[in-house]
Design a protein around this ligand. Sequence first.
Ligand code: ZN
Length: 73
Amino acid sequence: MLLPEPRHMPCPECGASVDRPARAAHTCDREHLGRFRFFQLRDEVAAFEDELAAYLDSAHGRFAVWDAQRARP
Ligand SMILES: [Zn+2]
């Protein structure tokens, strides 16, 4: 069974909701594109900070910090 395709699809480049028939004619709005990329990046940065904090809190992470401090001249 195939689901009917939604009429509006988010543009994979800029995230704008694009009407299907207009999709071929769609060009990404530079401002929208920049904002979209920024928000994607912000999520990644936030995820990285969470992962880093979790790592530093783990036994491996604590050892790595200890080892790095020990190796410092
Ligand atoms: Zn676009």
